[in-house]
Design a protein around this ligand. Sequence first.
Ligand SMILES: Cc1ncc(COP(=O)(O)O)c(C=O)c1O
Length: 402
Amino acid sequence: MEFPALHQKVNDAPLVYFDHAATAQKPRKVIDAMTRYYEFDNANVHRGVHHLSQRATRAYEEARMKTVRFIGAEDPSEVIFTSGTTASINLVAQSWGSAHLQAGDEVLVTGLEHHANLVPWQMICTRTGAHLKIVPVNDLGEVSTESVAQMLHSKTRIFAFSWISNALGTINPAHEWVRLAHEKGITTLIDAAQVVAHQPIDVHNLGVDFLCFSAHKMMGPTGVGVLYGKKSILETLEPVVGGGDMIDEVTYEKSTWADLPYRLEAGTPNIAGVIGLSAAIDFLESIGWSNIERRESELLQYALLKLGSIPQIRFIGQPNNRAGVISFVVDGVHPYDLGTLLDEQGIALRTGHHCAQPLMHHFGISGTCRVSLALYNTLEEIDQLEKALIRALRLMGKVQAQ
Ligand SMILES: Cc1ncc(COP(=O)(O)O)c(C=O)c1O
């Protein structure tokens, strides 16, 4: 029972979980690591001389070192623990944005963004008078590098983009886009929320200035994530949250800040969550990236074949370079209704706008059904999905009863 939650029945059918992109199921090792912390080591970090506090602090800082290695960072001060991708992007938008954006400047994002990489930029643009610019998406659900190159210009201060789209699965050429932006002296941020569980990340090789991800998308716990930033840039950031743990000295008149990374981690952190993140890294590495990539690619090709063989299904986005995410609609059927009929057969997939409303508007729809795949899925589950879909379509009168 490596993934305990997967071993259950839903509506009298064995659960088939295709909602990995929203949140991944957790392996036993992650659950055990967090339980062990609460059962034996529970104490606050960085504050106590007592044994438990030292053990908790050691586990917390070891997790940071592991994360540094996991993403190819150079120094523990480059890894800030946050509550997730959303918090990481907001931190950059608020702190870096307040210092670097002024009226007339431009912030560039793509038309593929999750709201987490859109709304924080809207907020800081409203405050500073900067303009938010969007690189358009084509009908395949791709953003062309030519368009990116054209829209990166002297007014652009930061280019923030998702490496993999959660809504369509499009994989963007992150290395090339970072290089193009840096050639023009533009700061870069990568939303890697959909990347961490699926392929290795090497921030050094990417050269990116900021990179954000959430533990729960990589089989770790909810409520914890990472902001990676180049040390030279993080050192210039003013904290946006003040309180315990982030200070050097406090008087009633003023306070001075602790060194990185603590300066940007005010308050008691999500200690159990960070320990769970560390266990999730161990889990992914124990399987190995080549195994993960091979398995997910096999699942994706099979799912595209099976879903593509159902004539009523219309794919939304057909990117040439795609991760294990497939969005589709059936014309005349609300995604929610289809999702409910699949749930009745034990199949969990996501329906709705996937926190990408502007992208849905681009395709002239309010939402899609989304299948997202992970290494714990099987080819048999995809066969079950195909059967369940045909059954649901028959119930809705979209397929002739035989
Ligand atoms: C591409 C992308 N960015 C950002 C987020 C936000 O992540 P979180 O809700 O963990 O902060 C998600 C979550 O679905 C996502 O898929």
